[in-house]
Ligand binder design. Sequence first.
Ligand SMILES: [Zn+2]
Length: 494
Amino acid sequence: MKPFGLVSLFILAALPAYAHIGRALQVPSASDLASDFPVSSRRHHLRARASPKNAADMAKIQDPSQECQEYGYSASQALSKKYPGYHIASLVDGDDQAQQVWSEVQQSGIIPSDIQPRGATKGHYGISDQSSDSYNNDKDPDCWWTATGCTSPKHPNIGDDLTSCPEPNTWGLTFDDGPNCSHNAFYDYLSKNNLKATMFFIGVNVLDLPFQAQRALADGHDICLHTWSHRYMTTLSNEQVFSELYYTMRIIKDVVGVTPRCWRPPYGDVDDRVRAIAAGLGLRTIIWSHDTDDWNIVPDGTEATSKIDSNYQKIIDKQTQNKLDGKGVNVLTHELTENTMGEFQKEFPKIKEAFTNVVPLTACFNVTQPYAENQYKYPIFADFIKGNVNPQGLPSLDQMPQINVSSKIDVTPEKQQTSAGGFSSASKSVDETTESDDADTSSSKSGNGSASQSSSDSSTEGSSKDGGSNSSAAAVSLCMSGLLVPILLSFAML
Ligand SMILES: [Zn+2]
C-alpha cells in the first residue's frame, strides 16, 4: 500500500502560504493546491527497520521514526482496491453494497431537497466568500453551523448535535484526526493515567495505519468517524457526503471490527443536508463546546506554544471561575502531531486539578453501546468516575480479529436506533439504578445526551474569541487537518 495520500495531506497542512477565505477561514492557497494530491512516496525511501505483524507488535515500538515506517499487512492490497483513493470519496465502481445502502438512504426521503452544496474553494478545503456572505444568518434555514453555530436541525428526522458534556465539573476528552502513526507514547500516557477518550478517525488513516486504529479499541477508547478525506462537507454533493461517511464506517468495521454510530464534521462544517445523510447512515453528529486550536501549534502550524497553552488555560479558568453554567465541556483536541499530543500531556495535570472528572463522550452521555455491535459495553458516567473505566468485551491487542475486506455493515437510521445506551437521539436512557451499584453518585439525566442540548447552544465558543465576526461561530474553530502530520517525523529522518 502506498501511503502517498497521507504524505500529500501532510504537505497541504504544512504549506506556509495561506489564503483568507470567507469569515476567518484559512486554507491553503489555490496555487498550493493546484496538484491536489501529488504522488509522493518518500516514506518508501526510508530503510525498513520495523515490520510489525500485528497491533500488539506495533504497540511495543517506542521510536516514532520506526512507528511511522510503512508496513504491509495481509489484506492491504485487497482492501485498498475496495476503497476510494486519497481524494474526496465517491462510490467505488462495482461496489454493489455501497450502491444499495446509498439507494436506501435516498429512498428514505431524509435528505432535504432545498439545500444545495455550498460554493467551494481550494479543492473543498474552504467555503467561498459568496457562499457564506449570501447565506441568511438570521433565518439560518439550513442550521449551518459554520455560519451560525446552529446545532438543532430545522429539518425532520435528524437528532440535535451533541455539544457540551452534560456532567458538571467534567472535561469530555476527544481527539480528532487519528490514527496517528507515532501515537504509542501518547496512548501509553493515556493508559497510565486511566484516561479514555473519544477518537474521531479519518478513513484514509485507518486504511494506512490499521494496527494503530486497532490499538484505540483495545485500549478502551471509543471510535467515531471524522470522514474519509477531511473536507468541508457542506461543499460536497450528496453522493460525496454519503461516500465520505459510508467508506469511513466500513473501513473501521473492516479493520477494527466495530461500526461507529457517531461522527464529527471536519471544521465543524455541517448543515441539515449533511446531517441528514449522516442520520440516514445511523450517525449522530457531534460538535464540541470548547476549542484549544491545538492543530495550529508550531512548528507545523503558526501559533506559538504559549498561545495554545493560553487556550487550554481559558477553558480551565472557566471551570475554576464557575463560568460553565453547571455543565461540563467537550473539548476539541487533536491526535495530529507530536506537539498536539504532547500539549495535552503537558496540560493534563492542570486539567485534572480543575476538573473533578476527565471522561470520554461515552461516559458524558451515558452511552454504553456506541457501536452497532452490541457485545461491547462501555461504562456509564457513574461507573466511570468510580474508576471502572474499562469497557467490557473488547478484544485485547493480542485478540484483534483478522482484517476483513468489504464487511457488511449494519446501517440503521439514527432515529430508528431506540435501544438503550446508544448515541442516537432516539435511544432510551440507561437505567442507572440497575447499571450502577451506587446510583447516588450519578448526576446524569439521559442515556443519549439529548438532555444536554438546547437549540443553538452557543457554548461552542471556539469561534468568537478570535474570529472577529459574531456570525462565524465555526469559522475559526477549525478542526484542521486531516493530515497525518506525524509523517513529518518520517521527513525529518531523511
Ligand atoms: Zn479534523
